[in-house]
Structure formats: C-alpha cells, structure tokens
Design a protein around this ligand. Structure first.
Ligand SMILES: [Zn+2]
Length: 721
C-alpha cells in the first residue's frame, strides 16, 4: 500500500536470488566424478545431512570461494560442451533436460557466494568478488554464444512447433529458445561480431554512467552551520554532524547528495533557500556540463541499444525487451500509464492547493516550488492524518509478527512451520533461525525456511528473499530451502524487537516471495524463473493480509500490556495509505513514461536534455514536481539493462495486486475464503513461470486485471467505462 517504499526493496529482491533461481539445480543424479569429489572443496561438495542435504553454512571458508566458483564454472562449461557436441540427434531429453541437470556444482558454490555477498561480506570477500566478476560474465556469454548448443535448441524448438510437447515442456523449450534468440544466437557471424562489439561498448558506458552519478553524489556535499538546522529531527542532525566530522569538517553538518539525506532534509528543513540548493544539487546529478555529465552517454547508449535490436529485426528496444514480459508490448505498458496519469496530475493540483493554503495561513507569501513539496506535504500529513509512528510500533513486535506470517501461511497454503532448535540445520550466523515447513493435513515435507532478521556489519541493507534450493521433480523431487533477510535493529537482551508499520509490511512482502518459492510445483528448474513485471505481484499481494482483522486482533498486541492495537489507530494507518499519492504516482510515472518514450523513439538525433524537457511538457508535467529519477541519473535504465523499459513494471504489478486484493474483499470468506485461497495457490503461486502469467491471472480472476482497483487504492477517481 505504501507506494514508494517498494522501489528500494523490490530492487534488492532482484539480486543474486534471481540468478540462482534461473540456474539449474540438481544434487544427486550425477554418476560421473564431479569436481567436488576430485578436489574436496567444501563449497562444491554434495550437501549432506537431513532434508536430502543442506548447505554446510557452519563450515564455509572464504578462502575456498574463488577456486570453487572457477572450478564450478569449468565443470559446467565442460557439461555444456558435452551436450552441444553430442553426436546423437538433438532431443528434448539429451539437450534440454541435460541442460537443466548441468551446473549443479556451481549452483552450490553460488549459494555460499550469495551468503558472503549479501549477509556476511568482508573486504577480503569484496576483493574476490571483483576478481570473479569478469570471469562470471565471460562464463555467461560462453553459454549464450555457444552456436552448436543453440543449433540443437533451435532444432528442438522448430520440431516442437510441428509436434508440440507436453504443456510445461513446450513452455520450457520456448523460454530456452527465446533466451538465446533474444541474445543474438540466431545472427550471422558478421552480425554477431557487431552485436558483441555493441555489448562491450554498452557495458563500459553503463559503468561510466554509474561512476559519474556516484562522483556527483560524493563530490557535492552541502555543509551547513549550527544556526541552519531549524526543523531538522535530532537523529538527522546527529548523523549529519558525524558525516561532516568524518569528512574533516568538524563542527559543521553534512547534507550528502543522496536520497536518504535529501529526502528528510527537504521534508523538515525550514530554510527555504537551503532546500532549493539541496534540491538543485540532487536533481542535477549527471547534468552539470562537466566531466561527469551523462547526457552524451545516454544518447550513445540509446543509439547502441537501438542498433543492437535492429540487428535482431525489432523496431525498437522496448519491443524487443517486453516480448517475454507479462505486458508483452510497449503499447500495453503505455496504455496503463496513460490511463493513470491524468488522475495523478489532477491529484497533484489538489495537493498543491492544500499546501498553498497552509503556507498562506502561516503568513508565507510563496508559490509552492518543487523544493517546497515535501516540506508542506509533511504539514498536511500532520494536520490530516496525525499518525504517531512510535505509537504504532508498540504493537508491532517481531515474534508476534513472525507468528502472524506463519498463521497466514497456514490459512492460505495449509503450511505448518515448526522451529528447528536442535542444531541439526547449520546456519551461517547465530541470529539465523530455521523452521521446517510441512503440509498441515498430510505432514508432507515442503521445505525449510531460514530467517536472518537483524542488521550487522557486512550485511547489505534492506530486505530480500532468496532460495538456496528450488523446487523441481524432473530428476527426483527437490524440496525448497527458502530464506528471508531483513535489517531489524536487535534489542538488548530481554527487550522486545519493535518495528515500524512499513517494516511489518515488508516482512509480509518478503514472506510472500518465500511462499512463492515454497509452493512451486514445477517440474523443471528453469520454470522457477521470475518474470520482471509479474514476480513482485505475489509478494505485494501478501502484504494485504497484515491489514486483515484476523491478523490485527491476534498478533498486533502491545509488547508490554498485551492489549490489541486500538481500531482508531488502525483506521489512521489505513487512511494514511492514500496520502500524497499525487506526488508519489506522478514522480514515478514521469520516470516510467520517459523510460518507455526513450526506447520507442528513433534515437538518431536525440538530445536527452531537450527530449526530457519537451516530452514532459507534452505530458503536462506539473511544475511543482520533478521526475523521481531524471534522465542523467536514471540508474535503473542507464547503468545497466535490468530495468531498461522495465520501470513501469512496479505499477503493472500494483494493478494486479489491487485487483486481486479486491477479489478477496468480494469473496464470501473475505481474505480467508477457502475457495479463493485454493485458486490463489493453484494459479498465482504454484505454476511459477510454467504458465503464461496473463493466462494464470485470468484463471484466478475469471478475467484480466482492471486498473479501477488501483485507482481506488490510491484514492483517485475511477474513470468511467
Ligand atoms: Zn519483492
């Protein structure tokens, strides 16, 4: 419900987890000598112990990681070569299934690698990571550029068009073929060369782009004095003082050029001129006409991307990128954004009017400018919603919330979570807890759930979900090892861990990812893969159970008195969800629309500064708001390819979330309706990517998702049919 928060943790969930997800996973059917048996590197070794083997997290040694990854890569490439050069005619069995089975050693090594990179990083590990990064990239392209391998996949794919395989096998071969084809495997040798040259040029441009943004973030710090702190919260002042001292400016206060510093400063500082300065500095990153200016780099990136997809026969980058997404075409994504846009900018007008009134009442004869928005919005929030987040926290105790997510899983998925406390499952840190997951009725073992709740040195920020082993059945049933990770602050012994409402939502969100992993029923590992504009939907949907009366009355209890959270306070939380949605939706959509416009326009003569200005003017962008990420620092889109023409995806998933939540609101049993939860599990969770997401949604809802529910959630007027 809280919209902009999703940006940060959605990104984190897309890290290594997805990489592992897509990778294959097989442990016990390799008859030949695996690398692990030959060199006894623990990180490559078969997993031993209960539950068909579990990672030896208690014995992992960072000095083994480089050789484990290198050996794992070598053995996977050997396996790939054997498949590619098999003298027999290509078949689904000897090629596709063989590919699914290959790379098991490396998968295991990557599980440990993922723990070091996300949960237990050290300077020593980061050095190894830097050494390994180009080797991992090289390994990936060695597979995607393997022509004999692609020829076999292509033959099987073409045969399947004449004689279709079973449903999930057909989906698998189509996904495999697409993956190779989209990455240039079908090109002539000459085009392939150009394709590779473009890729390498792009990757250095991406690095330059990020470095320029980083340089502007690090070099432009605004230092202020003790008499310029009016309005700023004490915690912010203390942190600013410390940063200034760390930078050799003792006695001053540092406003760094990052969102986490800019945002609270603009919200609370009463110094209007300073607000303008901080605002301008932040939104000029990469746009200062100096050595770190990104405008030319953006133009070059757009041209190269365009050329590359033209080699593949597409009109533009967006068309190429969206074909295997749920949206499928740029037009579908644009249609959604354009449908919401008018309501968003109309709401901005109302928000500005509210703010203007407050400014006037305070005797400030000003016109609201972009650097005033957060400041006056905060005053509106206090006046209209008056929500004391500290009061809310007293009812959000971590152990109770853990019971709450398990309760939700039991009601919807029929899962029972039993803590494992006898030490039989090794963990990488004493704070990590493990539960066994079983079916309530049959007792069938589903998997394990690892929870690493607390912040610590070397752990990355935010919250994320990953899995150490994914479900598959093609090679004997593999059970799931799912994990959730967050950064709650540990309480002193004997005291309760209290978290914010936002963090409680995130806790449910990440658990939604874990349930998505655990409930998988796919036969082949590749079918566990995520679809960028669909994979956040399940987790976003699960957040809605936090708002249900069952959870509120059973689990949201005062940590000292045990009293249930007062209904009036819950009401305030619910009302606050639509606060400032004009701002949040408009700044988001402006970026998402620009992302799509850039990649559907011929970039031959593009001048990003001019293009941004003219496109926004044509959209009637309110002058009080700026894009959430302006072009010269839009890292999602220009520091790599992960989110290029994918930024809309957050809203795409939100439409599904709102629409599916309304299905529960309308059901006879509400959010705990038996029939609808069964459909939820069957169509929206268990198939993962074995079913086309649009088709899966239709099976759940009986129709396509409509945007009306999203409009209601944001407090926007619903457009007439
Ligand atoms: Zn997520």
């Amino acid at each position: 419900m809280n919209y902009h928060r999703k940006f940060s943790f959605t990104k984190t969930a897309m890290g290594l987890g997805i990489l592992l997800l897509i990778a294959s996973c097989s442990n016990d059917k390799n008859n030949k000598n695996t690398a692990s048996e030959m060199n006894e590197n623990l990180l490559l070794a078969q997993w031993k112990g209960p539950y068909d083997g579990i990672p030896a997290f208690d014995k992992m040694d960072v000095t083994e990681v480089q050789s484990a990854i290198e050996t794992g890569i070598a053995s996977h490439l050997d396996e790939i070569d054997a498949i590619a050069n098999n003298p027999e005619e290509p078949t689904f069995e000897n090629t596709i299934i063989a590919l699914e089975r290959a790379g098991a050693d490396l998968d295991r090594a990557f599980v440990y690698y993922g723990i070091w990179s996300s949960n237990m990083s050290t300077p020593e590990f980061r050095e190894i990571q830097t050494t390994l990064a180009p080797k991992i990239a090289e390994y990936r392209s060695a597979i995607s550029q393997n022509r004999p391998l692609f020829e076999r996949i292509k033959t099987i794919y073409e045969n399947s068009l004449k004689t279709p395989l079973e449903g999930d096998q057909q989906r698998l071969i189509e996904l495999k073929y697409k993956e190779f084809e989209m990455n240039g495997a079908n090109l002539s040798d000459e085009d392939k060369k150009r394709y590779a040259a473009i890729d390498s040029e792009l990757s250095s441009l991406y690095t330059k782009f990020s470095n320029n943004v980083l340089a502007d973030e690090e070099n432009y710090i605004t230092y202020i004095n003790g008499d310029q702190l009016k309005g700023l919260p004490e915690s912010f002042v203390n942190a600013s003082a410390k940063t200034a001292t760390d930078n050799g400016q003792e006695g001053k206060y540092a406003i760094t050029n990052t969102r986490s510093s800019m945002d609270p400063f603009l919200t609370y500082s009463e110094e209007r001129e300073l607000r303008e300065k901080v605002w301008r500095t932040y939104y000029s990153r990469g746009d200062n006409n100096d050595a770190n200016d990104n405008n030319d780099i953006v133009a070059q990136i757009l041209k190269l991307r365009h050329e590359r997809v033209q080699l593949l026969g597409y009109d533009n980058f967006a068309q190429w990128r969206l074909q295997d997404r749920m949206a499928k075409t740029p037009q579908n994504a644009m249609d959604l954004m354009e449908a919401v846009w008018p309501a968003a900018i109309a709401r901005v007008e109302e928000e500005v009017a509210d703010m203007q009134a407050i400014a006037k009442a305070e005797g400030n004869n000003i016109t609201i400018e972009p650097w005033d928005y957060r400041f006056y919005a905060e005053k509106v929030r206090k006046e209209k919603y008056d929500l004391d987040s500290d009061e809310v926290k007293q009812y959000l105790e971590l152990n109770n919330l853990t019971d709450a997510i398990f309760y939700t899983a039991e009601k919807l998925f029929n899962y029972k979570f039993t803590p494992i406390t006898d030490g039989s499952v090794p963990v990488f840190h004493e704070d990590v807890k493990v539960w066994e997951v079983n079916d309530v009725d049959t007792g069938v073992h589903i998997g394990l759930f690892y929870l690493d709740p607390f912040a610590r040195q070397g752990k990355r920020s935010g919250a994320w979900a990953t899995q150490y082993r994914s479900h598959s059945t093609f090679d004997g049933k593999k059970t799931v090892l799912a994990s959730n990770n967050s950064n709650f602050v540990k309480a002193p012994p004997g005291e309760s861990v209290l978290i914010s409402w936002d963090d409680a939502e995130t806790f449910f969100h990440e658990f939604g990812h874990a349930l998505h992993f655990l409930s998988s029923e796919v036969r082949y590992p590749t079918l566990n893969g995520g679809v960028r504009d669909y994979t956040e939907f399940q987790s976003q949907l699960l957040e809605r159970w936090l708002y249900t009366d069952e959870i509120i009355n059973r689990f949201l209890k005062h940590h000292k008195t045990g009293e249930v959270i007062p209904p009036a306070l819950v009401e305030k939380i619910k009302n606050a969800a639509t606060f400032n949605q004009g701002f949040a939706t408009t700044e988001f959509l402006a970026s998402a629309l620009m992302d799509m416009k850039y990649h559907t326009t011929d970039p031959k003569d593009i001048n990003p500064r001019k293009f941004e200005k003219e496109t926004l003017a044509a959209l009637n962008m309110p002058k009080e708001i700026v894009m959430r990420h302006r072009t010269p620092h839009f890292g999602h889109v220009f520091s790599g390819e992960g989110y290029a023409t994918a930024y809309y995806g957050y809203m795409w998933a939100d439409v599904l979330t709102s629409d599916a939540a309304e299905a529960f609101e309308e059901a006879p049993g509400g959010f705990y309706d038996k029939e609808l939860s069964a459909k939820l599990v069957k169509y929206l969770f268990a198939p993962r990517n074995a079913m086309d997401p649009a088709e899966a949604y239709r099976k759940f809802r009986g129709r396509d998702a409509k945007i009306e529910a999203l409009m209601r959630d944001r407090g926007f007027p619903v457009p007439a049919e």
